[in-house]
Ligand binder design. Sequence first.
Ligand code: SAM
Length: 214
Amino acid sequence: MVYDLAKHKGQRSKLVRILIDKGIRDEKVLKAISRIPRHVFLDSSFEEFAYQDKPFPIGAGQTISQPYTVAFQTELLQLQKGEKVLEVGTGSGYQAAVLAEIGAKVYTIERQKELFDKTKVLLERLGYKINMKFGDGYQGMPSYAPYDKIIVTAGAPELPQELVKQLKVGGRMVIPLGEGSQKMKLILKNSETDIVIEDHGDFRFVPMLGNKNA
Ligand code: SAM
């Protein structure tokens, strides 16, 4: 049983209103956020702040992304029920839960063992069937490729070509690119050789860790 009170549901409705006011329109994304108990993805000391539109620390020097960022990235994916989506940077598992709640088949990779272990237990307890891998997101998960959609939730210094390779033709990838601060990029793979990159504004993410930190 998940600890989810009427007050949490009320706080989620307010959060959804804030996201609508900031321009989020995708009903599937808003519905997922209105259903998921974000407070259980945070340390209990942050519970009372869980429905503020802010990032919070989740241990191992990492953060759960701000709800607006989660909603913005997910909206850009134009995710449909039944699609196969790869997430790089599982973190708390909240973004993966949003993807699963929309009805996608979710594959997610996390580099930090401590977070991987904790989040695996939580997502299973919440009843989500998500394929989780402990490893380096730069390598993707080639055994399940190609993916309809790919979402990267850490700042990458450059576009990982291995992930582009694992994206289906016709697929979409959302990735924050840059060191320090990032530009949110939408990658449209029109064919194996025709890759269009759109810019969707400034964001700030924790950096994507390379092999050295394994
Ligand atoms: N999506 C997460 C959530 O909903 O809580 C937030 C992600 S946090 C901003 C970025 C995550 O990416 C961290 O958990 C970090 O350990 C992970 N990460 C960083 N580099 C990675 C890599 N090379 N492969 C996989 N995960 C990585």
